[in-house]
Design a protein around this ligand. Structure first.
Ligand code: FPP
Ligand code: MG
Length: 324
């Protein structure tokens, strides 16, 4: 097991308990609870709550029980927001597979899935409320605005091959970076740390998120559904123009560019992914993800050296390689 998994194993067990207890509602809520539990049980690496636990420990190494409990509740709230956003995202993307299991939209239909996502979203705020920390509420609200804005930007640009790298980076920040930023800086906000530390953890989260999403977009071209837990090739078929394609369209000229654009428009996944590989766009995308991870770890230099800080560095690198 990696160091970051070991260091967060105990805390995460308590976070998991909180996830399930927070989703336990009244008898009338039984149906929606069962749907939410199904998604939460499918698991995943729980990267975001682990980041919250590690960021807290990297700031204060001997947390008392009261503070640990608050950090765990924050970690669970972050995971609930993330999972709710994925339920909605799978409806938008018409995805049938997530974390190796059927999505709610696949098993229960779009209407029920949207409502289950809404329910989980409200449970996240119920949990956050127990921390009685307005600045965290504010950060969480800003994160949700970014998530929604990112999804809308992506929808607006569906199939638009003129998307620039700058547009792409902005969307990546909104849909992924903002939530990592919250997961990592949330403890510093809660502990009322110096602004310098809050900003450093925000930067770390933002850049880690960028590396993570870019690597995710790369895997959509080169992964296999049995090791990603998701269908491959969905970005192209749904008209999401991501970094590998943006780089190839930028680097190619003349007929080669027109051929690639035509293959992309017609959704010819094999032809597009072969071209992206041949022109080095997949390689450059991987390098971009690794550079983001490197910059993320550099942002942590202002924190004292500790196994927790090392574990945060390990996560950034692994996320960019998608080996976490
Ligand atoms: C995954 O992107 C999607 C996101 C990270 C964010 C989705 C956000 C929303 C739908 C807004 C949610 C709003 C509320 C109120 C909860 P992707 O499709 O590129 O990644 P994937 O391959 O994992 O599906
Ligand atoms: Mg999706």
């Amino acid at each position: 097991m990696s160091d970051f998994m070991l260091l967060t194993a105990d805390g995460l067990q308590r976070v998991e308990k909180l996830l399930f207890s927070t989703l336990q509602g009244t008898k009338e809520e039984e149906n929606v609870n069962a749907m939410c539990m199904h998604v939460v049980r499918a698991g995943g690496k729980r990267l975001r709550p682990r980041l919250t636990l590690l960021s807290a420990a990297a700031l204060i190494q001997d947390l008392d029980d009261k503070c640990s409990d608050a950090v765990e509740r924050l970690a669970a709230a972050v995971e609930l927001l993330h999972t709710a956003s994925l339920i909605h995202d799978d409806v938008i993307d018409k995805a049938s597979l997530r974390r190796g299991t059927c999505t709610l939209n696949e098993t229960d239909g779009n209407h029920a899935a949207v409502l289950a996502g809404d329910y989980m979203f409200t449970r996240c705020f119920v949990l956050l409320h127990t921390l009685n920390c307005m600045p965290l509420f504010d950060s969480m609200a800003q994160t949700v605005s970014a998530l929604v804005t990112g999804e809308l930007e992506q929808l607006k640009r569906q199939g638009d091959l003129s998307v620039s790298e700058q547009d792409y980076r902005r969307t990546v920040y909104c849909k992924t970076g903002a939530l990592f930023e919250l997961a990592c800086s949330g403890p510093a906000i809660f502990f009322k740390c110096e602004n310098e530390k809050i900003e450093a953890l925000k930067k770390y989260g933002r850049l880690l998120g960028q590396g993570f999403q870019v690597a995710d977009d790369l895997l959509d071209y080169q992964g296999r559904s049995d090791n990603t837990g998701k269908d491959v090739g969905e970005d192209l078929s749904d008209g999401r123009i991501t970094l590998p394609l943006i780089i190839a369209l930028r680097d190619l000229g003349g007929k080669a560019r027109a051929d690639l654009a035509e293959a992309a428009k017609s959704g010819d996944f094999n032809r597009v992914s072969k071209t992206l590989d041949e022109v080095g766009a997949l390689q450059k995308t991987q390098e971009f993800a690794l550079q983001s991870a490197k910059e993320a770890t550099e942002a942590l230099n202002i924190l004292p050296k500790s196994p927790y800080r090392d574990a945060l560095c390990e996560i950034a690198l692994k996320a960019a390689l998608r080996s976490a």
